[in-house]
Design a protein around this ligand. Sequence first.
Ligand code: SPV
Ligand code: MN
Length: 604
Amino acid sequence: IKMNDLEYLKSVMDEEQYEKLEKIDNPELHHFLAEHIKLLKPSKIFVANDSDEDELYIRNRAIVYEEERLLKTPGHTVHFDNYYDQARDKEHTYILTPHGEKLPYLNTMKRDDGLKEVLEIMDGIMQGKELFILFFSLGPKNSEFMVPSVQLTDSAYVAHSEFILYRKAYDVFTQNPNLEFFKFVHSEGELDERKTSKNLDKRRIMIDLEGNITYAVNTQYAGNTIGLKKPAFRLTINKAVKEGWLSEHMFLMGVNGPNGRVTYFTGAFPSMCGKTSTCMLIGERLVGDDLSFIRDINGEARAVNVEYGVFGIIQGVNKEDDPYIWQVLHTPQEIIFSNILVHEGKPYWNDMGEEIPCKGENHSGKWWCGKKDKEGNEIPPSHKNARFTARLIYFPNLDREALDSKDGVKLSGMIFGGRDSDTWPPVCESFNWQHGVIMKGASIESETTAATLGKEGVRKFNIMSILDFMSVHLGVYIENYLKFGRKLKTPPKIFAVNYFLKDENGNYLNSKLDKKVWLKWMDLRVHNEVDAIETPIGYIPYYEDLARLFKEVFNREYKKEDYEKQFTIRVPNLLAKIERIRKIYGSMDNIPKELYEELDAEEK
Ligand code: SPV
Ligand code: MN
């Protein structure tokens, strides 16, 4: 007998779970679920609505299935990923294109081949497991920004993380018949005795732009598996380009100005180049630390945080430099620590500014000081990419109103940063939108750090710090940016910052906190409250303004000789950079002519 999708769902689910699906009038959803349940073959199915009860059920499942363990502080848990599964797997992440077209800098595969490969791996993969069906929204609910999403996963840890990181949206599905939505399918696959994914050779992340669906399999690391985070990001970049808005790898923050004025900025930085430390600056307002949607609403650029929580790097978080994160990590709230060291129920991580015990359990299993891995490398207390997962509402610096605003906040400035020891000044404002998009955003180069494999200090091209997640042709992406700015009455001002300039002896020219002064200067520029020096690369600050700001912010003297070293326009290095960028884009077709015009003008 041929059953329709709802009849099929009813036949494989408990009554109570089925009823939650029946309340949603959406044949496409029912079909998607039926097809994937037939494929994945879970032994049990749980559908979560927005109730506290269902959320608690998921949290408890993570403990029952031993994907998380309780720590001493109430609400705190720890999760471990496989030792070789603790960062994004770029090599096995594919953008599926109709005919396997190669796109510059993208890892692509022919759609049919990619789907066949991943669906074969996933066939029957949830036998003996419980499938969780979850509903969330990217961006504020019932707003112009909202992208409703459904996640399927057999990992209670992934499900739990999503309840911390996103806005629950089962109600959006019940209230809106035939809602369009994004689909994320994940299976952690077979687990080993430590409850970490075992078959890493069959780890795949497939991004199907045509179906607005992503698959992740045989991995637990959140950057691969949390559908709403980086898998979704590839889909939203594609959607934004098609619809004429921006989906960006950017923090969103408010800068406090005179007389209670708040000015909002987004910022894009490659990892370990100051993104989190900028949006968490003491005395300013946090809205989001990773992903922003930016839309044109009545001719104004408006921005929202896509997420509702933080999946942040924990290495180096200490009481003095990161008071807000430190406070969050030391209060009894729901927090998942991942790939850190646990000893007697307490979490420890590298460079936390406290004594770390020489034993415990960490991302490598049972751990002791001096332990080496298979490759002979000494294993530190925590993985360099160890993380915490926490709700934004617990951050004392959160701008809650901005986070919940359905119209987002008015975006006045965009900041692009990178790690650059010898070329860019610490802060520089572009002449206009086009100049900023091309010469600041599309020309980002950043030097590799010890955090990634390979040689340190090698410049790497990273357009808008988004290259790892790019899902469309770079020319199309740039074109969309240029068009977006033309629609705005007053486009946001675009700035480039560089916190990493060095002198001839290799010493940094700036201290870690100087960025606060650059931010205050950018705020004044947005409001036309200071003049600036016009240079061939854009506007730079006058010494007197910075000296005044250093005094105001830190009560510190800013030496003229330091200013001169930092803000010298390094002509030969800048010319060399223009040549490198021209070469990079020269190897691609269909790059907007404006890009070459800007490069030529600056060179001249
Ligand atoms: C990043 O690497 O940019 C992150 C962490 O935000 S991940 O979720 O792994 O992408
Ligand atoms: Mn990120």
